[in-house]
Structures are given as structure tokens and as C-alpha cells.
Design a protein around this ligand. Structure first.
Ligand SMILES: NC(=O)c1ccc[n+]([C@@H]2O[C@H](COP(=O)([O-])OP(=O)(O)OC[C@H]3O[C@@H](n4cnc5c(N)ncnc54)[C@H](O)[C@@H]3O)[C@@H](O)[C@H]2O)c1
Length: 398
């Protein structure tokens, strides 16, 4: 009989919940989530109790009991948790953003929005390289949990692009909504930034992936990002902002709006937007303008279902779609939101990759290049949009 892959989740918040659900949908690979550990003991025990799994006191306690560590902690803990897991000989799934810069150790006065971005870029890249070096040394898999790569609409576009030998001339994408529910989000020390690392990472990394697919098909090596120009703003902390109570506003030191322009090494371009100021549910979409087709990939909203509800209270215990402000009137309920976002497909690919020894679709290259672009974007924004060379890890990409 084949050996069951034993998974331990670190963190017991939002991401841990949908990761756990995705493991329950894995087919063809024997896999079992055996435990969870988290800094928040009450939340951790509740998470474990509801799912009938073990609540471990700490990561070192959980490591001997598992084969895979699923790192669902806020960004600041991605490197220490992942490196400890690799050093213990475990495979690692790590949430987005891969890693970043979280301020000098023990400096409580750190404010990310005012900290020099050149140093941040250098430190974020160093962190990414330490994580990748730990993965390579351990010979275990690094699975970068960028779910947009696995969204069915993005995978369909990857198929169309590959089979039709298309070339992406311009890609456009956005992730925006009215604010993350995580208490860590909004504090740079914990999250590594705002809309740039927290939201633009999704459409950006899906575009990086599609340019990898295009490059592998046409030239036998990935097309990679070359330069970036970016602007960021703090819209809800603008003294002229009038708060009507519909948006999350209590961010400490992060941006809540960004736009990023990327030029690739083939001279083609992408534009990515992200913000925390959009009502009406999560706005997740990509548009690809290729030399032989045009594709619109809608993750949310989609029109798989259209609903008119005359009275709010009727649907008080019905889930409609992520971060919808009201259930009254017309809406587009997501029949299976996790599937449209690619969460189960992501975990399925990771488990297959670990089980068979192949690389996951979202691995070292997507993780590494995304950190380079995101923190180069911060440096560009500090310089009011000046074009910045993306520092890439030359050992990856072919
Ligand atoms: N792919 C997506 O769509 C998506 C959605 C939400 C969150 N995320 C990512 O998932 C990660 C977690 O976000 P979240 O929304 O679940 O946050 P959260 O604040 O809801 O949960 C974080 C959990 O990690 C625990 N934790 C914090 N530091 C820890 C440490 N050092 N060791 C062990 N446990 C620790 C906390 O106690 C908490 O249980 C972030 O990187 C976030 O960007 C991704």
C-alpha cells in the first residue's frame, strides 16, 4: 500500500480554513491533514477540535509527525517556518506573498511606508534566496500557493496559449476588494506591505506564469520580467477621504492602492492594479491580449449564476460571494468559489508533485520572480514611477 502524505498546517486563520478544505478534495493521492499549530492557542484548538485533528503546541512538536508543512502564517513568518521545515526534511507549501521585508528585528517604531525601499528590495530578495536555497539543499518540494495560477480560467488560457503557440503582447489584471479580514493585514511588520504584496501578487503571478508557459512553448525557456514602473497611494488615509463606513480603513503603514507596469524580456508588457477600495465583492480578473487571440479570465464575479433577491433577510445564512456588501437585489452567487479561485486544484497539484517527485506548476520560479517584481515596484513607487530593473535569480528560469 502507498504511504499516506501527512500534512501539518501552521496558522489557523483564513488561509488555513480553505487549505484544509482543499485537502479534503484531493483525489488519487493518499493524503491526510494530521495536525495544526498556531500562535493563537484558542483559535488553534478550536480549528483542530472542529476538524478532529491534533493541535500541536509548536512547529518543532509537529514536525516529526508530518511529511508536509503547509505554511498559512502571515508573511513575516513565511521564511522562518519554511526554512525550519526544509531543515527538518519536510516538503513545504507556502502561502502568498512568498516573502518580503518586515522591518529590523525588534524595532517597534518601524513604519514600512516610510522605510527606504532599496534596502527593502535587497532584504526581500535575500529572504527569497535563503528559502530557495533551503528547499534545494533539502531536495524537498517548494510549493508556492499562488492559487490564481490554478484558477480554471487561467489554466484554460495556459492551454490555449500553449496549443495555439500564442504570444502575449499585453496582459491586464486586477485584484481589488473592500479590505482583508486578517488582523495582521495593514501592519507592514507582519504582512510585508499592502495592496502591492497582498493583492497585486495574484494577477501579477498569474501573468508571470502565462509568460513562462509562452516562453517554454516558443523558445524553450521562460519569458521573465525585466523592468517595472509603479505608483502606490494611501487613499483611505488621505485627509480628504470621507469615510461612509463601507470600506476597511484602519491600516497602519501600508498602501491601499497600486498600479504596476511590467516590461518583459521580450519587450511585451503587463499592467496590474490592486486596491482595498472596491465595493460589490472581490474583483478578480485578467485579460490577455495575444497576437492570435484575446481572453478574459473572470475569477470573481462570474455569471455562472445570476440571482435577484427582493429581501436581504431571506438569505441571511446563504453564502453568496466573497465580500459582497449586500445580498439584496441582483447578485452573481458563486456556486463553487473555491474551485473558481483554484484552491483545490492548487493543493491537488502540490500533492501530485510531492508524491511523484515532479515540480509543481507554481514553484521556485513563480515564487522568486514575484518577490523581485513586487519589491522593485515599491522602489519605483518611492521614486514616483521611475523604471526599475527587476533583479532576478539567474539560476532559475530555464
Ligand atoms: N491565496 C489567497 O487567496 C489568500 C487568502 C487569504 C490569506 N492568504 C495568505 O495566507 C497567509 C495567512 O493569512 P490569513 O488571512 O490566514 O491570516 P490570519 O491572520 O487569519 O491567520 C494567520 C494565522 O497564523 C498564526 N500565526 C501568526 N504567526 C505565526 C507564527 N510565527 N507561527 C505560527 N503561527 C502563526 C496566527 O495565530 C493565525 O492563526 C498570508 O500569507 C496571506 O497573504 C492567501
Amino acid at each position: 500500500m502507498e504511504k499516506t502524505l501527512r500534512v501539518g498546517i501552521v496558522g489557523s486563520g483564513n488561509a488555513a480554513v480553505f487549505h484544509y478544505t482543499a485537502y479534503q478534495r484531493v483525489t488519487g493521492i493518499p493524503v491526510k491533514v494530521v495536525g495544526v499549530t498556531s500562535l493563537d492557542r484558542t483559535q488553534c484548538e478550536e480549528f483542530a477540535r472542529k476538524r478532529g485533528i491534533q493541535a500541536f503546541d509548536s512547529l518543532p512538536d509537529m514536525l516529526p509527525a508530518v511529511d508536509v508543512i503547509d505554511n498559512c502564517t502571515p508573511g513575516y513568518a513565511h521564511e522562518p517556518v519554511s526554512v525550519a521545515a526544509f531543515e527538518a526534511g519536510k516538503h513545504v507549501v507556502v502561502e502568498k506573498a512568498f516573502t518580503g521585508y518586515y522591518g529590523p528585528e525588534g524595532d517597534d517604531s518601524f513604519e514600512g511606508n516610510h522605510f527606504p525601499k532599496e534596502k527593502m528590495l535587497a532584504e526581500a530578495l535575500a529572504s527569497a534566496r535563503r528559502m530557495i536555497a533551503a528547499a534545494l539543499k533539502s531536495k524537498k518540494k517548494l510549493c508556492y500557493a499562488e492559487n490564481w495560477i490554478y484558477a480554471p480560467a487561467v489554466q484554460k488560457e495556459a492551454e490555449i496559449l500553449g496549443k495555439s503557440k500564442g504570444q502575449i503582447l499585453w496582459a491586464l489584471g486586477d485584484q481589488s476588494h473592500s479590505g482583508s479580514p486578517s488582523p495582521a493585514y495593514g501592519i507592514w511588520k507582519l504582512s510585508g506591505g499592502g495592496s502591492v504584496v497582498g493583492k497585486s501578487c495574484h494577477p501579477l503571478t498569474a501573468i508571470l506564469y502565462l509568460k513562462q508557459v509562452e516562453g517554454m512553448t516558443l523558445y524553450g525557456k521562460a519569458v521573465r520580467p525585466k523592468t517595472v514602473s509603479s505608483r502606490t497611494h494611501e487613499i483611505t488615509r488621505n485627509p480628504r477621504f470621507v469615510d461612509k463606513g463601507f470600506l476597511r480603513t484602519e491600516y497602519k503603514d501600508i498602501e491601499d492602492y497600486c498600479q504596476i507596469h511590467v516590461v518583459f524580456d521580450d519587450g511585451m508588457v503587463a499592467d496590474v492594479f490592486a486596491s482595498e477600495i472596491v465595493m460589490g465583492g472581490v474583483h478578480n480578473w485578467l485579460e490577455i491580449f495575444a497576437n492570435n487571440h484575446r481572453a478574459r479570465c473572470n475569477l470573481s464575479p462570474t455569471n455562472a449564476m445570476e440571482l435577484y433577491n427582493p429581501r436581504e433577510e431571506q438569505l441571511s445564512d446563504v453564502y453568496i460571494v466573497e465580500k459582497i456588501g449586500t445580498k439584496q437585489g441582483w447578485s452573481t452567487p458563486a456556486p463553487d468559489e473555491n474551485f473558481m479561485f483554484g484552491y483545490p486544484q492548487e493543493i491537488q497539484d502540490f500533492m501530485e508533485a510531492i508524491f511523484s517527485g515532479r515540480e509543481p506548476k507554481s514553484g521556485l520560479l513563480a515564487a522568486s520572480d514575484s518577490v523581485g517584481v513586487l519589491y522593485a515596484a515599491y522602489l519605483s513607487a518611492e521614486r514616483k514611477g521611475t523604471e526599475i530593473e527587476v533583479p532576478l535569480d539567474p539560476s532559475l528560469g530555464s
